[in-house]
Design a protein around this ligand. Structure first.
Ligand SMILES: [Zn+2]
Length: 85
């Protein structure tokens, strides 16, 4: 799979660090019960189909990217830089 970084251009996926679903940034309330926090830390969906994930261009420019892709076909729909103002 190849990702097109908005700053560096098309690169092999091995240059990127996969961080997980983009929705994972929404943390539970700080006062939420321990079980809610445990679930947030340890339980992840593994969807087949269209997803929106976070990727870090670790071996490149260091940008954080939101990548919309299909986990079955590996088609890339969009790559958006999310660390720019
Ligand atoms: Zn880059």
């Amino acid at each position: 799979m190849r990702l097109t970084c908005p700053l560096c251009g098309e690169r092999d996926r091995r240059e990127f660090y996969y961080q997980g679903a983009a929705e994972a940034l929404q943390r539970p309330d700080p006062q939420a019960p321990a079980q809610v926090w445990s679930d947030w830390v340890h339980l992840r969906d593994n969807p087949a189909g269209r997803t929106r994930d976070l990727w870090f261009h670790e071996a490149g420019c260091g940008a954080w990217l939101a990548v919309e892709r299909d986990t079955v076909t590996h088609e890339i729909f969009s790559v958006e830089r999310i660390d720019a103002g």
